[in-house]
Ligand binder design. Structure first.
Ligand SMILES: Cc1cc2nc3c(=O)[nH]c(=O)nc-3n(C[C@H](O)[C@H](O)[C@H](O)COP(=O)(O)OP(=O)(O)OC[C@H]3O[C@@H](n4cnc5c(N)ncnc54)[C@H](O)[C@@H]3O)c2cc1C
Length: 334
């Protein structure tokens, strides 16, 4: 910001249309607040970087890589069916998440506040961690999410802006051990959203237009990789544009080429629940084993377990030793 100046960022502008051709791009924005509210302005530039999130307006207008289909009228001709990313159908994952941030001074004194805690089972869990450091480097808030898997989406939108309430959460988590309920009760503002899945797409760069972040590669939040991937896109984009400022089209294409394979792998990893819930599933499955069976699993890998005095410590030991997990259920998990 210190380099481009604060006027470079227009917070009151919503992109309503754009045009991109061989010589440049123009965007028309509607002003949604402030003195110019209700009017529109057109800006021109070299590139359009669409970082407009999961409901990206720009992505909807981008053509999917075209498919050649045999024509219905003639065996000898082909017709190009043009389709756009706008017709993608997000599928509801079954997950609803409530989230909030509690001031850290409300944290209960008798419970240690650890870095990240995830508590629950494969169909419902709560996770929390301290964040937002002040100038002295001390965290000021506890960020939390309470997630349930339920069949119906109900009235819960795929949106950052929908308010939730403590009663709804209480119905699912009210009887859970503390600090679960304490965190919810001591949070002033609670939001809720439904989680949808989208297939990774094959193209992010369209001439002078580039999709980045969630617009290019929306991913499920279970591995906490979406924002970091968006930042990586931005870093690489800045680098490639600075290397070839007179050939911006190639610079945008390079970003797509260098990132798409890796980010698609991350997206698929997140779809497989990013490892977080996998552990719950493993625990649930391991619980079906008797203590003797757990010991046999550890013995088969030569893992010492004489320090395990109860079922919980045996379960933890097997959980932490992936080698000892039976191969049969590894296949079921992935
Ligand atoms: C519950 C949950 C937890 C998550 N936890 C993590 C985590 O721990 N770590 C992590 O890395 N990621 C996490 N993510 C993912 C992360 O939030 C997203 O990947 C990230 O916000 C994507 O950034 P973005 O800039 O691409 O899009 P967004 O953050 O969605 O920003 C898009 C912006 O574009 C604006 N916009 C949209 N349309 C227009 C328009 N027409 N004109 C102008 N502006 C427009 C929007 O108002 C918005 O400000 C989580 C996601 C969820 C749902």
């Amino acid at each position: 910001m210190s380099r481009v100046g604060k006027d470079a960022v227009k917070l009151d502008s919503k992109l309503s249309s754009y045009d991109a051709n061989e010589t440049g791009v123009s965007v028309t924005v509607s002003h949604v607040m402030g003195e110019k509210a209700g009017t529109t302005t057109t800006h021109t530039g070299d590139v359009l970087i669409a970082a407009d999130g999961i409901h990206s307006m720009v992505k909807k207008t981008c053509p999917k890589p075209q498919v050649l289909l045999p024509s219905v009228s003639s065996d000898f001709c082909c017709q190009v069916r043009k389709s756009f990313y706008g017709d993608e159908k997000p599928s509801f994952t079954g997950w609803i998440i409530w989230r909030g941030a509690m001031p850290i001074e409300r944290w209960p004194a008798d419970i240690p506040l650890e870095d990240v805690v995830t508590y629950g089972h494969s169909d419902a869990y709560m996770a929390w961690y301290p964040f937002r450091k002040d100038e002295s480097g001390k965290e000021t808030l506890v960020n939390w999410g309470a997630c349930i898997k339920q069949g119906e989406q109900g009235d819960v939108a795929e949106s950052w802006a929908q308010a939730g309430n403590k009663e709804e959460i209480g119905a699912h988590f009210g009887s859970w051990p503390e600090p679960c309920n304490h965190i919810v009760q001591n949070t002033d503002k609670i939001m809720k959203l439904s989680i949808h899945d989208r297939d990774p797409v094959k193209q992010w760069a369209f001439g002078r237009v580039l999709l980045i972040g969630d617009a290019a590669h929306p991913m499920l939040p279970f591995a906490g990789q979406g924002a970091s991937s968006a930042m990586e896109d931005g870093m690489l984009l800045a680098q490639r544009l600075s290397e070839t400022p007179s050939d911006v089209v190639s610079a945008l294409k390079k970003v797509e080429e260098e990132r798409i394979e890796h980010v698609t792998k991350v997206t698929v990893h997140c779809r497989n629940r990013g490892g977080i819930l996998e552990e719950f599933v493993v625990v649930d499955k391991l619980k079906e084993n008797s203590d003797e069976e757990l010991k046999t699993l550890l013995d088969s890998k030569g893992v010492e377990h004489s320090d395990c005095t109860d079922t919980t410590s045996l379960l933890l030991k097997v959980l932490n030793c992936k080698d000892a997990w039976p191969e049969s259920f590894l296949r079921k998990l992935y």
